[in-house]
Design a protein around this ligand. Structure first.
Ligand code: UT7
Length: 332
């Protein structure tokens, strides 16, 4: 049987920085409030003409180069995004694949909001273990600034833009393999976090400018409580099912939504500070891009070494959630 190995990571963050001070001019908020309630200090914002696929391409180029795998050998591209280049079609994955010159390989997007990267990891793992694909490029890419309402202080302080990508490859060495991926969802909580307009569920009669605006809306405080409960339950279960103690986790890489959520889950698992990867202060919440951007951070700092075990943990609109036990298994 083939196993799936996490070979490489890459990420891209736009240069333009939006600080808490900048936001305090735009809406009724302060740096103090945002820092205290979220841990966020700044986030990156893409250029007007910079698309989700442009950012995904930059992240993917790095992941491919670092993987040591020829781009001709990539046989599938999956992109997790809630801010695609185009509403409905074409998928952002097909655009990324073509911009990278990957040929006519399978390419599609999935929608699992902030859990997107864990979902595409599970898809890559399943395709590889079934023998259908050998080298899968997975990308979490978001231009959330395009769907953020910058007059709503409850959401605009949270979100930023960016992309992260990884190469997942077949191996027959079980020691290199992704150990487990959990994914779950509950549509009963759909209204906590949504883009209510523009789709077939929209209350508007036509796709006029107002109706098709896809701004995110969130019941922040309720989402916060469900997030802490769900994230903690999921990581406790994945560790227990795989008979792994939390001390064996070298890097806990949670979705970067809010420092207080991350702290609550880390404390529940009795994780030490040095085990917890944090990028929320500098990138804010980049939804499906947040976990791969955080993994890229520890890779570029030189603190992610071959063979080290990562625990990924995510939660987002849908509601969706997921976790994964992933050894870092580069070829070179
Ligand atoms: O990534 C996917 C999942 N998303 C999340 O996990 C996000 C989860 N939610 C959160 O991170 C937090 O709920 C927020 C950061 C969004 C909000 O923090 P909170 O501590 O839950 O605040 P709250 O919504 O309960 O609001 C408390 C007060 C309210 O004022 P009143 O009614 O007490 O007078 C809000 O109007 O804070 C007010 N408020 C603000 N004040 C200054 C809300 N946003 C702001 C703001 N600046 N930006």
């Amino acid at each position: 049987m083939a196993y799936a190995a996490f070979r490489s990571i890459g990420a891209y963050a736009p240069a333009n920085i939006l600080t808490n001070e900048d936001l305090s001019i735009m809406v009724n908020t302060t740096d103090e409030w945002i820092t205290k309630r979220t841990g966020i200090k700044e986030r990156r914002i893409a250029q007007k003409d910079e698309t989700t696929s442009d950012m995904g391409v930059e992240a993917a180029k790095k992941a491919i180069e670092r993987s040591g795998i020829a781009k001709e050998d990539i046989d599938m591209v999956v992109c997790a995004t809630i801010s695609p280049d185009y509403f409905c079609m074409p998928s952002t994955a097909t655009i990324i694949s073509t911009k990278l010159g990957l040929g006519n390989v399978t390419a599609f997007d999935i929608s699992a909001a902030c859990t997107g990267f864990v979902y595409i990891l599970s898809i890559a793992k399943a395709f590889i273990e079934s023998g259908m694909k050998k080298n899968v490029l997975i990308i979490g890419a978001e231009k959330l600034s395009a769907i953020t309402d910058y007059s709503d202080r409850g959401t605009c302080i949270l979100f930023g833009d960016g992309a992260g990508a990884a190469i997942i490859s077949a191996t027959d060495n079980k020691d290199e393999a992704i150990i487990d991926v959990h994914t779950g969802a509950d549509g009963a909580y759909a209204d906590l976090l949504m883009t209510p307009n523009g789709g077939s569920g929209s209350v508007h009669d036509s796709l006029d400018q107002e109706a098709s605006s896809c701004f995110m809306q969130m019941k922040g405080n309720e989402t916060f409580k469900v997030a802490v409960r769900t994230l903690t339950k999921d990581v406790v279960e994945i560790l227990k099912e795989n008979d792994i103690e939390s001390e064996s986790i070298k890097h806990f890489v949670p979705h970067q939504a809010n420092y207080r959520i991350i702290k609550a889950v880390g404390d529940a698992l009795k994780l030490k500070e040095e085990q917890v990867v944090l990028t929320v202060a500098k990138y804010g919440n980049t939804s499906g891009a947040s976990i791969p951007m955080a993994i890229n951070d520890i890779y570029e700092q030189g603190t992610l070494k071959s063979g080290e075990l990562m625990l990924l943990d995510a939660f987002g609109g849908g509601l969706t959630w997921g976790s994964a036990l992933v050894p870092f298994s580069p070829l070179k």
